[in-house]
Design a binder for this molecule. Structure first.
Ligand code: GAL
Length: 484
């Protein structure tokens, strides 16, 4: 018996935080970007219905996350109360309803005296608050960074403050996904993995592709000492910030590039496609920030693309890394403009290539196998450069606007199209089975002989490809039995 227990313990999957959660980046919806403090039980219940009706739950978005502003007073007994006007039923009936619908429930607090919207925070109340969350059936905690009573400024001080809640959550015995929101401060990328399932890497995102803003003051992405990560951080600002340590994310703990702005209206369709592709490739959580009760059809066709989501939910969980940043391109009125190429392994022996045209004009961009596999060996020395690959375009089969309009009007059930249902078959199993909807559409080949990949990309657009190696190439990243 002892040896059986020992071998089970030794063979269990090891993730740093060891709560078994976050094997792939979390997916779901959060109210903050679109609704701020305007939260209520009706919002959560009506949104969860939309997640089901539109098929967004089944394509993977299964966390319903309530952000700031749900709190009442802290009682004399030390326990937090819920704002009874917004949540007359209390939280437990809400989590019960969500669980009945196959969804998971997340809440928010701050590792501070107050939350960012100045409600009761959890600093020095970690045990009581974790007990409340567990008793309410909460599955996820987003834990913010406002009003920390001066307890920040070094990795150790911040680690201790966030670890207090990690331990309190663990002590409840309930499985609770732990999401840090310390905006990249105090080198969280170097210690987040030890206690949490994800950690924010920047100040708050806003609905712009690349416009610099003084409120996102950390304009030098290489400065790890950014004192005021702030808000109003553009898509490209956040991408440039995380680029140097994107590899710190992996199964069990992920770099969080912040909630998605797709569907909010401030960016062009190309920009939203680029934003979503980057978040998927860099293995950020995919948390819809728009009010999905009024979602535009075009936004739905971005958020529900299973070939792109499959990259994010890939079983080996390796974030793509940047292989090129070219600043020598046409700049816009903000002085911004660049081209980037990102590349990374996908299960079983495929390779992701993401070409980003952030220049201020349409461009033809060229790359080759040596550049795509540079992280596997410099100057063409990587063995992967010797193979031939089929090129699969991951946006080629994007849903039509008409189909999305029908779904938003009538619901997914009344629609006959073959849409990927990850509730029935998870992404890992779909990929293992070679499901065409996850692999994208084959558009050509690249080989050591015809080594160039040359594509025209619109301003602020992307091309996202899965290079598929022939089946006889051995898988580069073996999965353990548990992972399979
Ligand atoms: C910010 C956080 C946002 C949101 C907000 C709520 O600090 O980064 O994502 O949670 O607080 O007040």
């Amino acid at each position: 018996m002892l040896s059986l227990l020992l071998s089970l313990a030794l063979s269990s999957p090891t993730t740093a935080v060891r709560n078994g959660l976050g094997r792939t980046p979390q997916m779901g919806w959060n109210n903050w970007n679109s609704l701020g403090c305007d939260v209520s039980q009706d919002l959560l219940l009506s949104t969860s219905k939309v997640l089901l009706d539109t098929g967004l739950r089944d394509v993977g978005y299964n966390y319903v996350l309530l952000d700031d502003c749900w709190q009442g007073e802290r009682g004399a007994d030390g326990y937090i109360t819920v704002d009874a006007a917004k949540f007359p039923m209390g939280m437990k009936p809400i989590s019960d309803r969500l669980h009945d619908d196959g969804l998971l429930f997340g809440m928010y607090s701050s590792a501070g005296e107050l939350t960012c919207a100045k409600h009761e925070g959890s600093l020095d109340h970690e045990v009581a608050d974790a007990q409340s969350y567990a008793s309410w059936g909460v599955d996820y905690l987003k834990y913010d960074n406002c009003y920390p009573l001066g307890r920040s400024g070094t990795p150790k001080i911040s680690f201790d403050r966030y670890n207090a809640m990690a331990q309190a959550l663990k002590a409840t015995g309930r499985s609770i996904f732990y999401s840090l929101c310390s905006w990249g401060e105090d080198y969280v990328h170097s210690w987040g993995m030890s206690i949490a399932n994800s950690w924010r890497v920047s100040g708050d995102i806003y609905d712009h592709f690349n416009r610099p803003d003084i409120l996102c003051s950390c304009t030098d992405p290489r400065d790890p000492h950014c004192a005021a990560p702030g808000t109003h951080c553009s898509v490209m600002n956040i991408v440039n910030r995380v680029a140097a340590y994107v590899d710190r994310g992996g199964p069990g703990g992920w770099n969080d590039l912040d909630m998605l702005e797709v569907g909010q209206g401030g960016m062009t369709d190309d920009e939203y496609v680029a934003h979503f592709s980057l978040w998927a490739a860099l293995k950020s959580p995919l948390l819809i920030g728009a009010d999905i009760r009024t979602l535009p059809a075009k936004a739905l066709t971005i958020l529900n693309n299973p070939a792109v989501i499959a990259v994010n939910q890939d079983p080996i969980g390796r974030p793509a890394m940047r292989v090129r940043q070219d600043m020598n391109v046409k700049k816009d009125k903000y002085g911004e403009g660049e081209v980037q190429i990102w590349s990374g392994p996908l299960y079983p022996h495929d390779q992701l290539v993401l070409l980003v045209n952030a220049a201020d004009e349409d461009m033809t961009i060229t790359t080759d196998l040596n550049e795509i596999f540079v992280h596997e060996g410099p100057e063409g020395s990587a063995p992967q450069t010797k193979h031939k690959y089929a090129i699969h375009d991951l946006w080629a089969d994007r849903m039509s606007d008409r189909e999305a309009e029908r779904i938003l009007k009538n619901g997914i059930k009344s629609d006959s199209h073959a849409w990927y249902n990850a509730t029935e078959t998870g992404y890992k199993d779909g990929l293992l089975a070679g499901d065409e909807r996850l692999l994208g559409r084959k558009i050509g080949e690249i080989s050591p002989k015809s080594a160039e990949l040359k594509v025209k990309i619109p301003r602020h657009g992307v091309k996202m490809y899965r290079l598929r190696a022939p089946g006889d190439v051995p898988a580069r990243y073996a999965l353990t039995k548990q992972e399979l």
